[in-house]
Design a binder for this molecule. Structure first.
Ligand SMILES: [Zn+2]
Length: 392
């Protein structure tokens, strides 16, 4: 039997907000969305009232590292490390000290919290071959094993790992400053063949930009100190996106995460190649690495999605908080655009058209959020307090 969900506000995302709206669902799918006064006279349906709540699609968290859920000590403090290489050094030391720990329950707790926050799908990246958590079957986890290595030896080892695993595994690369050109290209080639997403960190810090442009700076020192600099890396002498373009890695399945330090031509290039962009404002704020050039991105037609990153660089993994930080960083921005980043933009990037919007054919697995006030968009995006989320 069909069910008619009625609420004071319905936010379809793909259409303007509806006052006194309703969503008709049948057999796990949305069959109609619109004003209650229109839908009430349709087919016979059981009415469910969501008084004092907003109906909207579930959220998509497009960047996370659940395997770092045991590294919350990295963000449980006032001051972040001085720069990215210092943060990575600390993180590697902490991970090494925890190598005997089983962090599965911590990762599961993070995933359960994501579900409680209304997240339907999470793009998770880790160094292991298996996800740290797939313990909460209500939130889908798309897991990617991350390969990296700049030296010849590290490249060969990583390529071997990829060759040893069947097509059921998703592989991706860490970042242009940590992964050799040969490895970046080989992993992308496989991902393109299998029509898989290729998410990687791009333009996260000025140290990365300096390293790619000159081959020097804190990242060079970091690599030398760790004994992984063998001189084989050909310094690109350009920005991170220009470098990816030169390697032929930009297309609609490449998801560039962070994208803080790009020049105008690189932002334009992302748009022309229809590449995905994922913003992690909470992580960027904690690490003090800067803000995304969001106005410039939107001006060329990019439609960024959002990610929380991990507890190692973000003290709270909540897409509601991510939206709030973005609204704070970019006060001129329409809150409807920010909400679309946490919903439909992510669904488009991961090619899951049944998610991210309330529309016929969409998933009946959506959410209701308790609210007070007159503007639901302002409430959801700009109000900093924790949201009461209910799965419909
Ligand atoms: Zn990340």
């Amino acid at each position: 039997m069909a069910i008619l969900h009625r609420a004071p506000w319905v936010l379809p995302i793909s259409a303007p907000p509806v006052v006194d709206g309703a969503v008709m669902v049948e057999n796990g799918m949305i069959v109609a969305v619109g004003p209650y006064r229109h839908l009430r006279h349709g087919k016979h349906a059981r009415l469910v009232e969501h008084e004092g709540r907003i109906l909207l699609p579930a959220l998509l968290n497009c960047h996370c590292h659940l395997e770092l859920s045991g590294c919350a000590a990295m963000t449980d403090r006032e001051v972040a490390p001085a720069h990215m290489p210092a943060w990575i050094t600390e993180l590697l030391a902490l991970r090494a000290s925890r190598s005997g720990e089983d962090d599965t329950s911590l990762a599961c707790a993070v995933l359960a919290r994501q579900h409680a926050d209304g997240v339907a799908l999470l793009v998770d990246i880790g160094n292991g071959l298996r996800p740290a958590a797939s313990c909460h079957d209500m939130t889908r986890v798309d897991y990617y094993t991350e390969l990296l290595g700049l030296s010849r030896q590290a490249t060969l080892l990583a390529l071997q790992v990829m060759q040893d695993h069947d097509d059921g595994h998703n592989f991706t690369c860490h970042a242009p400053y940590s992964t050799s050109a040969a490895l970046l290209q080989a992993v992308k080639e496989r991902a393109a063949l299998l029509r898989r997403l290729y998410p990687l960190h791009v333009g996260e810090s000025l140290d990365e930009v300096e390293f790619l442009a000159t081959g020097h700076g804190p990242f060079r020192s970091f690599l030398e100190e760790r004994g992984v600099w063998d001189g084989s890396f050909a310094v690109p002498g350009c920005g991170p996106v220009a470098y990816l373009e030169r390697l032929g890695l930009l297309d609609e399945l490449t998801l560039c995460v962070h994208c803080l330090h790009l020049d105008e031509a690189e932002i334009d290039l992302l748009a022309r190649r229809r590449a995905g962009v994922c913003l992690c404002a909470g992580s960027n704020r904690f690490l003090g690495v800067g803000r995304a050039p969001l106005a410039e991105m939107l001006a060329v037609g990019l439609k960024p999605c959002l990610g929380t990153d991990s507890l190692a660089s973000n003290p709270r993994l909540s897409l509601w908080r991510e939206m709030n930080i973005l609204a704070d960083d970019h006060p001129q921005l329409d809150p409807a655009l920010i909400l679309a980043m946490a919903t439909w933009n992510g669904a488009e990037i991961v090619a899951r058209s049944e998610l991210g919007r309330l529309a016929p054919g969409g998933s009946a697995h959506f959410i209701a959020v308790a609210y007070e006030g007159s503007s639901p968009l302002e409430f959801l995006v700009r109000e900093p307090h924790v949201k009461d989320v209910y799965w419909v």
